[in-house]
Every structure is written in C-alpha cells, then in structure tokens.
Design a binder for this molecule. Sequence first.
Ligand code: B4P
Length: 194
Amino acid sequence: MLNIVLFGPPGAGKGTQAEYLTREYQLVHLSTGDMLRSEIAAGTPLGIQARQKMDKGELVPDEIVIDIIEHKLEAGRGAKGFIFDGFPRTVKQASALDELLERVSTPVTAMLSLEVDNKELIMRLLSRGKVSGRADDQDKSIIENRISVYHEKTAPLIEYYKQQNKYFGIDGQGSIDDIAARLKTLIDPQRQSL
Ligand code: B4P
C-alpha cells in the first residue's frame, strides 16, 4: 500500500494537494479537518467539543482524532493506500498511526512536508476565510495561534519521521500544478520500490 502523510503548517496546501494525489494514485483521502467539520455541521456531541477548540485555533484532543482515524482505516480496508491530510499533528497521533497501520501490516511510506513562509500562510488563509465562512480562517490572531501551535506541537513530527528515514521536505510555494509535480517526482520512486 502507498500511505502518504501530507504535512505542513495551516494553509500549506495539504488539502489542495491531497485532492490531486487522491486522483493521481487512486488513494483514500483522510482529512481529519474535513471529518471534524462534518461533525460540527451535523451538530454531534463530538462536533460541539471539536468546535470549541477549532474556533480558537487549538488542536482537538488526540483521543478524538485517533478514534476517528481508526474507524476510517477499518472502513478503507482493501484500498490501494491512504493520504493522511492534517493527521498526525502530535507525536501521540503519529505513534498511534504507526500502531494502527501495523495491525494491517502496512507502514507509512513517506511523510511529505510542504514548506511555506508565515507571511504567505496568513495571506492564503485570510483569503480562503473570505469565501469559506470558516471562523478559524477569518481572524489574523487565530491564524497566528494556529501557526504557533503548529511549531510547538506538530513540527516535532519532522524529527519523528526523519528518524524513520521517511521525511521529505518540499517547497510549497509556487503554482498548485508546480507543487503537485514536485510531489509526484518524490512519490513515484517510492511507489516503484513497494
Ligand atoms: P485542517 O482542515 O487540516 O486545515 P488547514 O491546516 O487549515 O489547512 P490546509 O493546509 O489543508 O489548507 P490548504 O493549504 O489546502 O485543520 C483545521 C483545524 O482542525 C485545525 O486547526 C485543528 O483545530 C483541527 N484539526 C484537524 N486535524 C487535527 C488533528 N489531527 N489533531 C487535532 N486537531 C486537528 O488551503 C489553504 C488555502 O491556500 C486555500 O485557500 C488554497 O486554495 C490556498 N492554496 C493552496 N495551495 C496554494 C498555492 N500553491 N498558492 C496559493 N494558494 C494556495
């Protein structure tokens, strides 16, 4: 199986590029952000709990997202592989993912980290906020909090995957097509060696 962790700060282009990779390699796209927003839209107890965190730019508790991913992995049995978009975001989530994948005898193939400078991230998110209606994209101080949460809790995963020889950094600035081509150049050799 081809299992890609698509990584990067908020607004790096994870969701955008995941759509392309899902089509290109016929993978199952698992976006924890999208899943949590569906729970919010449905008004479930989980959604109400998640919203309190997301609207402030904080991470949703590990237990909640790990549980969601576990169910989705079970539902995706028989897939060619998965794109993990926005998951894992903490070391606890990363080790839970390793354990969950071990159960189905398939590891993470590669962690692809989109690198974008803060000024560009803020600009992209504020501009998405004008059309998305997402509360976490409309306020500069919430966006800045998301970026600092990324540096504090999520960026340490770069070291986690470096230790497994699975980390690949990619320039996440430029046109969406150019970045997709950069990702493909990295993924194709990984895929051939599976
Ligand atoms: P997510 O839904 O994962 O979203 P994101 O970090 O905002 O951004 P993403 O990186 O996918 O956006 P994209 O660049 O595609 O998370 C939202 C919240 O959910 C988190 O803050 C957290 O509270 C919670 N959450 C989610 N997963 C969690 C987890 N595992 N644990 C705990 N909490 C979790 O898009 C950004 C914009 O940039 C778009 O408008 C896009 O069109 C534009 N763009 C993309 N590429 C571009 C390019 N090359 N040039 C110009 N613009 C570009």
